[in-house]
Design a protein around this ligand. Structure first.
Ligand code: NAD
Ligand code: 6OH
Length: 484
């Protein structure tokens, strides 16, 4: 049985809060115990992070920091199989996903921001002055300080280092609060941090729940200078309230109810492949995923049957088996939440084109399984179409015109992502401009250039991370004016 310890000032330490079990979602069995941090450990972690800013880390030249970031990427890759096994045991996600997405990106994020900080420039302005001598303005970037990092459970390592890498690249120190569902890879990264020579206190991990626990203790701690959060919108609201005390900046990557839009001139096979992944990849637990698809009437029936066939084509099983293409959802509670929407859809009279229940799983009866599901026939104001479910399910609605579908797509409090499928160039760009989201894909989905601005509008978040946008959050930009 594994014990997941907190990582504070370069040491693994037990927490003073009530420990809790960690489950393997595939079988429901307890595989470990999480040593939850109390206020004392969170305070110690923030103190260690503050002290590290004043130590060698705070004085380290950029080139040295960059070399250490690259060693972190190498360190994760050198222990790839350990990180892979840890992520699979925590999430139940198939090896095929964790080995191609989670762990490679979890390592790559450190190289991405090592490159970014090396080439980052700041602005300079010459100005005229009444005496004719002129003046020069130049900008300086300085670290924001101690960053609180609060993470979700769907892509645990990837989404954690998506924040930690730029934070460290910019010279900050971090206190990470992984999701209570997925403690393993953040803990393992502590070992890599020590192994490559990251000074103690630069990277700290405190485990625990959110409200009235490590999450809240961290985000309300006065020693935290900025908070970066990925998770549910309502949690983001709670974190904003905590950050308001002391006027700390927040970067929020929140929920979504993303629309897929398929016009009748789309490449049908490409649209089915892309929308299929957007609906069902990672058992539908991807914030950028698609839980509502609008299909132009001319191809609706063909598309609906094709997507239903995709849903029926997944193979459930042992996530370590390379042949498995769909795993469980993260927890019994989340399974029950997803199945409650399956019930709502059925009770509301949805036409169920595929799935709608729980697969037969010989030998894995206690796993948190749900079937990939495709519905149609519900009104736009139904819960299934309005609310984020975060499972392998989607609702199809036919449409006729471009104006109609952009209105349908925008009729949501969220604004995270969309994918648009058409071979008409003008319509593609018009629709991408008209749909009010942070990220639009045309004839593609989840193609990620990590230099681009990543984030959502409306209830999907505040701020952008990625490329230079991360530097905007993880540094303070200061102007110096010199009289010549
Ligand atoms: N926009 C994005 O990039 C993105 C990416 C991944 C997931 N998400 C969203 O995340 C959600 C799923 O992840 P989740 O269930 O872990 O989200 P969640 O909000 O339940 O939890 C996220 C983290 O917040 C912590 N937390 C909860 N309440 C807190 C509080 N009051 N104070 C401080 N910390 C608190 C949790 O312990 C966890 O570590 C979905 O809504 C999904 O859309 C968004
Ligand atoms: O579930 C949400 C996925 C987010 C992905 C990223 O933040 C990324 O690809 O950088």
């Amino acid at each position: 049985m594994t014990t997941y310890l907190n990582f504070i000032d370069g040491q693994f330490v037990k927490g003073s809060a009530q420990p809790f079990a960690n489950h393997f979602p595939t079988t429901g069995e307890v595989i470990g115990e999480v040593s939850a941090a109390g206020r004392a450990e969170v305070d110690a972690a923030v103190g260690a992070a503050r002290a590290a800013l004043k130590g060698p880390w705070g004085r380290m030249p950029v080139a040295e920091r960059v070399a250490l970031l690259r060693k972190l990427a190498d360190g994760i890759n050198a222990r790839f199989d350990e990180f892979l096994a840890a992520e699979i045991r925590d999430t139940g996600k198939p090896r095929a996903i964790a080995s191609h997405i989670d762990i490679p990106r979890g390592a790559a994020n450190f190289n991405v921001f090592a490159d970014q900080i090396l080439t980052a420039s700041t602005e300079t302005f010459e100005m005229a002055t009444p005496d004719g001598g002129g003046a020069l303005n130049y900008a300086l970037r300085s670290p924001r300080g101690v960053i609180g990092v609060v993470c979700p459970w769907n892509l645990p390592l990837l989404l954690m280092t998506w924040k930690v890498a730029p934070a460290l690249a910019c010279g900050n120190t971090v206190v990470v609060k992984p999701s209570e569902e997925t403690p393993a890879t953040a803990t393992l990264l502590g070992e890599v941090m020590n192994a490559v020579g990251i000074p103690p206190g630069v990277y700290n991990v405190v485990h625990g729940l959110g409200p009235d626990a490590a999450g809240e203790f961290l985000t309300s701690h006065p020693g935290v200078d900025g908070i970066t959060f990925t998770g549910e919108t309502r949690t983001g609201e709670a974190i904003m309230r905590a950050a308001a005390r002391g006027v700390r900046p927040v970067s929020l990557e929140l929920g979504g109810k993303n629309a897929g839009i398929v016009f009748d001139d789309a490449d049908l096979d490409a649209a089915l492949e892309g929308i299929g992944r957007a609906c069902f990849a990672n058992t539908g637990q991807v914030c950028l995923g698609t839980e509502r698809v609008y299909v132009q009437r001319g191809i609706f029936d063909r598309f609906a049957e094709g997507l239903a066939e995709k849903a029926r084509g997944y193979r459930f099983g042992d996530p370590f088996d390379p042949a498995t293409t769909m795993g469980t959802v993260i927890s019994a509670e989340h399974r029950d939440k997803v199945l409650s929407y399956y019930t709502k859809a059925r009770d509301a009279g949805a036409t169920i084109l595929a799935g709608g229940g729980v697969p037969e799983m010989q030998g894995y009866e206690n796993g948190y399984w749900v079937e990939p599901t495709v519905w149609t026939g519900l009104p736009e104001d139904s819960a299934v179409v309005r609310e984020e479910i975060f499972g392998p399910c989607t609702h199809l609605t036919p449409f006729d015109s471009e104006d109609e579908v952009t209105a349908l797509a925008n009729d949501t409090p969220y604004g995270l992502a969309t994918s648009i499928w058409t071979t008409n160039l003008g319509r593609a760009h018009r629709t991408a401009k008209a749909v009010d989201v942070g990220i639009s894909w045309i004839n593609s989905w989840f193609l990620r250039d990590l230099r681009t601005a990543f984030g959502g509008s409306k209830a999907s978040g505040i701020g952008r991370e990625g490329g230079v946008h991360s530097l905007e959050f993880y540094t303070e930009l200061r102007n110096v004016c010199v009289k010549l």
